[in-house]
Write a protein that binds this ligand. Structure first.
Ligand code: TEU
Ligand code: CA
Length: 589
């Protein structure tokens, strides 16, 4: 297939021939697994997951077949937002262990030929970071310009209480400005009050961020997941958002004038010196805009997380939006069309900010459908275009938590929204709890269910886990799944193995066979290598409980069956398939 743009000579070297025109790189061929350390494994009985707990389970991960771990923040933090508020970037959070524990974990990961990427949270710090302590101390402190300080606007109603400098709302309810009595100015915080935004327009801030990145890279980490990275360049003069812009402020915040310049500087001065992968959250930017960040010729980041698919079923806030299978397919088709050979995509449908995979896009209403739909979703994630990112616990089909009370939540997003919505009378309590149960972030943060032992084996029986274990742990847990060859775990293991065995699942062309079908998702991944037999794979997914007799579009015939989520599926060499509830199959074609 012809490349759309001319490439420098060194990039059109021989290997491209075998890779469909893509530059082959390890991170394109990786399967990533996200660990939320607080909830993975507690090794010392204090109810909080820790680094030694992760080290204990590396064999489990290796057997699953993943080869890159993304670790959510492990740095010193007062935990206003569970580590996404960093107090010291060079220190391990005390509850998670010590730097020696980190080094031991990293060495153990490397010894298993796996890699580790860590979370880089540098749009903001904690207000307890020493930079901020200095910054807030006085207007002439040398750290003052590390953050974004402004005078308030006069308040006609009460001159002693100024109004915020502009009308920015924060992601976690309320205004994005906090008045600080010490210097009588406001500071900007797009997230929580305890998460002041850094001022990236200050070259010293960039230098300090680059230096902490080098600190972790020099230890041997293999890259970064970059938290809300498009937000680093603020709009000059910070004008008010218009009513239209207020419907989606991220669109403005993510497209500041220096975003790409700062990422290019970061690439030039830091990333380019190491063999690393980077993945940024594409908050506030559209698919076509994201090529500015991931086009390899522009030297910014390797990949981004695009939220189109994961947020397909979500309206404003935590409201549900009806979604259809053709709409989901249209997203993936669009990705295949817009992103070309110089870009690289990611595939994910869950993480620590979203509900559980199976509860969100599958069906957890019965044990049978939960298992079948979890397997179907894993099949899809591991065969679509892009590097797959799996979230801890989804490989055993963990579900949302049965929340009924505000007290059961820990997340600042929910707690603040409760104040802003329920306590002001804007939303009935019951509706708020129902929506937070459906979409709240704590659904995916409940402890990993390792076994049927008390506390699911996450912590000691006597300890109180920092967030309650889902009561369904007695039937949904890793020990049970590992022992059962028909489990979601073993199925996921087989799907990962297929993904890693065939480069067609990495570099192959993607073709949606039936874009308008509202029940069956059928697509091919095809890789042609001159001088070798073509690799041709067909994926067929029945998205729902209704059985269907499905005839493949003209000219396509299912060949050899490689993987099926229903034990005993025998259909092969046919163009008509009898698909049961949530059937997922991978064939040659
Ligand atoms: O999340 C940013 C983000 O994508 C938001 O949509 C976030 O999910 C939130 O729900 C918005 O309402 C990143 C982290 O993944 C998240 O855990 C942090 O809380 C946030 O940044 C601030 O660091
Ligand atoms: Ca612990």
């Amino acid at each position: 297939m012809p490349a759309t743009t001319a490439k420098p000579a060194e990039q059109v070297a021989a290997p491209l021939v075998g890779n469909n025109g893509y530059q082959p790189v390890w991170w394109k061929e990786a399967v990533v697994y996200q660990i939320y350390p607080r909830s993975f494994q507690d090794s010392n009985g204090d109810g909080v997951g820790d680094l030694n707990g992760i080290t204990e389970h590396l064999d489990y991960l290796q057997k699953l077949g993943i080869n890159v771990i993304w670790l959510s923040p492990h740095y010193d933090s007062p935990n206003a937002d569970n580590g996404y508020d960093i107090r010291d970037y060079r220190k391990v959070m005390q509850e998670f262990g010590t730097m020696a524990d980190f080094d031991r974990m990293l060495a153990a990961i490397k010894a298993r030929h796996m890699r580790l990427i860590v979370d880089l949270v540098v749009n903001h710090t904690s207000d307890e970071h020493h930079w901020f302590a200095e910054s807030r101390a006085s207007k002439d402190n040398s750290y003052r310009d590390y953050y974004i300080w402004r005078d308030g606007r006069p308040n006609p109603a009460d001159p002693s209480v100024p109004l915020p400098p502009n009308n920015y709302p924060s992601y976690f309810s309320g205004p994005a400005w906090q008045f600080d009595p010490v210097t009588q100015q406001f500071y900007l915080h797009l997230f929580a009050v305890k998460q002041p935004d850094l001022n990236w327009d200050n070259p010293k801030v960039r230098e300090d961020v680059f230096s902490l990145m080098r600190f972790w890279l020099d230890k041997g980490v293999d890259g970064f997941r970059m938290d809300v990275i498009p937000l680093i360049s603020k709009q000059p003069g910070l004008p008010d958002l218009t009513a239209e812009q207020l419907k989606d402020p991220s669109r403005i915040w993510a497209n500041g004038p220096h975003r790409d310049e700062y990422l290019q500087q970061m690439n030039r001065e830091v990333l380019s010196k190491y063999d690393v992968m980077t993945v940024g959250e594409a908050i506030g930017i559209t698919l076509s805009e994201e090529t500015k960040i991931i086009n390899s010729d522009r030297k910014e980041l390797s990949m981004v997380f695009n939220f189109d698919a994961v947020r397909l079923n979500r309206g404003e806030g935590y409201t549900e939006r009806a979604w259809t299978l053709p709409a989901l397919k249209a997203i993936y088709d669009n990705h295949a069309r817009v992103l070309d050979k110089t870009d690289w995509d990611t595939v994910f449908l869950s993480n620590h900010d979203n509900p559980r995979l199976v509860s969100n896009f599958g069906d957890d209403s019965t044990q049978q459908f939960r298992i079948r739909s979890a397997k179907l979703l894993e099949t899809m994630l591991l065969t679509l275009r892009g590097t797959p990112f799996l979230y801890q616990g989804d490989e055993i089909g963990m579900t949302n938590y049965p929340f009924t009370h505000l007290d059961q939540f820990n997340d600042i997003e929910v707690k603040n929204a409760y104040q802003a919505k329920v306590l002001t009378g804007k939303m009935p309590e019951a509706q708020f709890i129902a929506e937070s149960h459906r979409f709240g972030r704590d659904n995916s943060r409940t402890p990993m269910q390792w076994s049927a032992a008390p506390n699911a084996g996450f912590t000691t029986p006597a300890a109180k886990p920092w967030l309650a274990v889902n009561p369904n742990y007695t039937s949904i847990n890793a020990a049970e799944e590992v022992a059962n060859p028909d489990s979601v775990y073993h199925y996921t293991q087989r799907a990962i193995a297929l993904h890693r065995a065939h480069l067609a699942f990495v570099y192959g062309d993607y073709q949606d066979l039936d874009p308008t079908n509202s029940q069956v998702f059928a697509y091919t991944r095809t890789l042609t290598v001159p001088g070798k037999p073509a690799q041709r794979f067909l994926v067929v997914l029945n998205f729902g409980e209704k059985p269907v007799e499905y005839t493949l579009p003209e000219g396509v015939k299912a060949g050899k069956l490689l993987l099926a989520d229903a034990p005993g599926t025998a259909e092969a060499s046919t163009s008509t398939l009898h698909l049961g509830a949530w059937d997922a199959r991978i064939y040659t074609y």
